[in-house]
Structure formats: C-alpha cells, structure tokens
Design a protein around this ligand. Structure first.
Ligand SMILES: Cc1ncc(COP(=O)(O)O)c(C=O)c1O
Length: 353
C-alpha cells in the first residue's frame, strides 16, 4: 500500500521541535494521514501538513455525533523501532466501533498504513524517557452535509500524533463511585470508542472534581450494583492476593491494556479472576483489609493506582498502600514489554521500519 506525501508535510516537520514540557495530548506533530470515504470507496491515503478541517455547519458529525476513535502509542527503542504495541487489536476494535455506529469498516491494512506513516515521519519526535511515547489518535467522522438523521454517506478517517508524557501525576487517584448517572446499558454503545460515551461521562467528571475526586468509577446501568470501568480506563483490584477485574460485556470497553495485563499477570504466576464484581464486595474488602491494591489501566494511563474511593453519601474508603507490589510489578513488566526491554514472547510488538 502506498501513501502520497505532500511536500508541505515534510516542510512542516523540518520546522518542528519538541517543547521542554511535553504534557499529555497538547503537542501535536504537524502532519496528518487522511483518507476519505465516498460511494463505498476509500480515497488514496495522503500525508498532509496538520491543518484545521473545514466543515459545513450541517456536517453530520457536528449534530449526531457519528464518530469513532482509537488511542494507541508508539515507543522509542534505542537502536531499533519505533515499536507499536498490539496495533492490530486497535484496528479491529476500531472496526467494531465503526459497526456499532453504522459507519463503514476501514480495511485493516489502510488503518495500519496510516498509523505506520505517521509514526515513521514522527520518529524524531518520540520522547525517549520510560513512560513517554508518541500517542496516536486515529479517528473517523461523518462528513455528509445534511440535517437528516441517518447514517452519513461520506466519512473522513485521519491519524494524528502527540508526543506525550504521563497522563496522570505519579500519585494515587481519588475516585468517585457514581451512584446517580450511568455510562452505558446493555444493548447500548458502551463497548464502542465513540465520542458520545465520553461526552456523557463529563457531567460525572465535573461532579467528581467539585467533590475533590479525579475520576469516576461507573456501575452497571441496570442495578448500579456491579463495577464496570472508569471513563477512560479499565479497573482492577487485588483481593486476598488474587487480581480481580469486571468481566467484559457490551457496556465496557474491551481494553487492550486490560487484556495484556491479564496475560502478563498469569505469566507472572498471579491468579486472575474476571467476574461480575459487586461494588459492595470491593468496599467491604477495603474495610477488612483483604483488598490491598486497586488500579486503573489504559493506553494513556498505563497503570495508575487508586488510593481513595468515595460516593455522594460522603463516605470514603481508603486503600492503605495504594502503590503496591502487584500493580508496580505489572506496570514494570508492561512498560518493559512495550519499550523493548523484555523478550516479546507473545509477539505483541510491531517494529515500524
Ligand atoms: C472507556 C475506556 N475504557 C478503557 C480504556 C482502556 O483501553 P486501552 O487499554 O485499550 O487503552 C479506555 C482507553 O482507551 C477507555 O476509553
């Protein structure tokens, strides 16, 4: 597969330097890979200079939120790489999201070529410290201009890239157990990576911030009894030495970090249980001390320990030593795999030549 390179994209790269403070998602490499879908066909892939998208005010994505995205990372590896980590899983999840949102599939090879091109041309801008990376944001939007509510007849797929440091400060999170709003319900779109799920979570993010918390823990939509996930991360706890995480269902995003951690944990000899996970079980096990660690995980967040839970009743539950041995070992192993320091026995890394 070929990509047409606009010389202006190369010029833009020549003039680009990384700022000293990278942050997360703020610095963007000045290029973008683009392909448009019309009449059942994707146009030839192009690498263009980063620029605003010009849209008609009736553009469907602006009104009906028909859009999907992915989050993945490329890692700097001395004298090799860069490496992508399980990128085909992102390509497949992207198409799962596309199907749910009545959008066309993008051929996996086209998705991968767009990602690879952006990574290749951004190689010099991948930060090099452990935990830093080039965060990649593939996304697709509905571009038809019309106010009728129906699937768009045209779409734009793009990949942009952001050299990034860590998502959170290196501290345990304070988490609000959301007992009022819900994120997803069976038959809904919770498993899709689509903007509406994130827009709908923001009211709780605001509430959490107002109450002194940093993140929301979502419960199931029917009974508000079972833990589902966070707004942008999956959830794990360590109870009686066993690693516990909610079973994936259509209300939960099937995280690639979660999936990888389950395998890594089993490889390291931990017992892992995927189960319907009652919030009351978590809270009572924090109270009686059998829950020793809780953490959130995701591509952006990697592994972030949770130190405190609270809810609207003003009750709080504190995890005593949140940065515990299990999450520390899992994080160290995951990063070593992603950053090329550990044997890749599951063949998860993909080198971008
Ligand atoms: C809602 C939600 N859950 C979980 C995750 C973690 O998924 P992954 O590990 O694939 O990044 C993410 C991040 O993509 C997310 O947005």
């Amino acid at each position: 597969m070929t990509i047409k390179i606009d010389p202006k994209a190369i010029d833009a790269l020549t003039n680009f330097t990384l700022p000293t403070e990278i942050g997360f998602g703020k610095t963007i490499v000045p290029i973008m890979a683009v392909t448009d879908y019309k009449d059942g066909v994707w146009s030839p892939l192009e690498l263009l200079p980063y620029a605003p998208i010009v849209m008609d005010p009736t553009c469907k994505v602006l009104h009906y939120g028909q859009e999907i995205f992915e989050g993945m990372k490329a890692y700097h590896v001395e004298e090799k790489g860069p490496y992508l980590f399980r990128p085909m899983m992102n390509a497949k999840r992207f198409n799962l999201s596309a199907q749910r949102m009545a959008m066309p599939d993008i051929p996996e090879e086209l998705y991968m070529e767009a990602v690879r091109s952006v990574v290749e041309y951004s190689t010099d801008f991948i930060p090099t410290k452990s935990g830093e990376s080039l965060y990649l944001r593939p996304f697709m939007i509905a571009t038809e201009n019309s106010l009728g509510i129906k699937p768009s007849d045209s779409y734009k797929f793009m990949v942009i890239a952001s050299p990034s440091g860590s998502y959170f400060k290196n501290e345990a999170l304070k988490v609000l157990i959301e007992r009022e709003f819900i994120r997803a319900s069976p038959g809904g779109m919770g498993y899709a990576k689509t903007g509406g799920n994130y827009a709908g979570s923001l009211i709780s993010a605001k509430k959490a911030r107002d109450l002194g918390y940093e993140q929301t823990l979502w419960l199931d939509g029917l009974e508000k009894k079972y833990i589902e996930e966070m707004s942008g991360m999956n959830f794990f706890a360590v109870i009686d030495g066993k690693i516990v995480t909610p079973t994936i269902q259509d209300t939960i995003l099937d995280g690639i970090t979660r999936n990888s951690l389950i395998t890594i944990a089993k490889d390291l000899g931990y017992e892992v249980s995927e189960e319907k996970f009652e919030i009351e079980k978590l809270l009572s096990s924090i109270e009686d001390g059998s829950c020793t660690e809780c953490f959130a995980c995701g591509t952006a967040a990697i592994i972030t320990p949770i130190g405190l839970f609270g809810d609207c009743t003003n009750n709080t539950w504190e995890v005593k030593n949140p940065i515990g041995p299990v999450s520390s070992k899992l994080k160290e192993t995951l990063l070593a795999l992603q950053e090329g320091r550990l044997e890749d026995k599951h063949e998860w890394r993909m080198e971008v030549k």
